[in-house]
Design a protein around this ligand. Sequence first.
Ligand code: BDR
Ligand code: CA
Length: 312
Amino acid sequence: MNYLQKIPIILDGDPGHDDAIAWMLAFARQELDIRGVTTVSGNASLERTTRNMLQIFTLLGGRSIPLARGSERPITRLPFATPSVHGVSGLDGPALPEPDIALSELSGVGLMAKILRESETPVTLVPTGPLTNVGALLLAHPELKTKIAHISLMGGGILKGNWTPAAEFNILADPDAAKIVFESGIPITMAGLDVTEKALITPADFERIRAVGNKVAVIVADWLCFFYEFHKQLGYPGAPVHDPVAVIALVKPEILTIQEMYVQVETYGEFCKGATIGDVYKVSGKPPNAKVIMDIDRGAFVDLIVDAVSRY
Ligand code: BDR
Ligand code: CA
């Protein structure tokens, strides 16, 4: 693909093992032009996810990409208790290099706004954590909405939850922000649990990745081993590597099965707070506001990750 046709993107996440692998995949793909990266609290505190971001881009060699510290707490609610899935640091497992990149002086929302304002063409946002930064950006800068081409996000689940029976972690952590995003009118692709629980990477695959042999490959294999330990106790045959699916929607949509539907976010339900309610049977009469990914070719997914680590 020719340089001029690259898709300009902003990565936004709460690394997190699967955020880190999503960013590794994005940085390896020549179709994508990463204009900036922002953090949010989620898998760990903002301080930790921000340090993790600096370590990840030091490892990947992304020194020229602007990196900014994003939102510390949800738009209107108290901070969500950070989970243990990713360990105390949010990215436990292998030792990572000490950061040798400086943080942007701008806030996460400030960096996003600057990139959008200065871009000649609309930019795609790829959020893989709670949607706080994106929601705050839309509230603070409605004039920049037309500069957002597309939001390809990891979050939600039409038919399942993982943090409550009804809600997925990223949406539950800031349902108000998610509501703003889903009601924005911006084209949305949703990589929710319907697909990401099928994006399984198994122990045999870890070894295939490790065998590539470079530093990034070994660390990705170690991240997967750590991430799998938690899921193994729950009976998973592999690690559900959620966040890279939001990147795959941009670079290899042909390995995904996508269904368009109208999706609403429940912000105050007694049992269903944070649920993404999808109009699967088109009973609301409302036009679709999201392309919801329902399935993935698992073998092709693993091949993409192996290919990505091979490029470092
Ligand atoms: C989401 O929550 C986090 O644990 C992962 O990084 C992913 O973004 C899955 O529910
Ligand atoms: Ca994440």
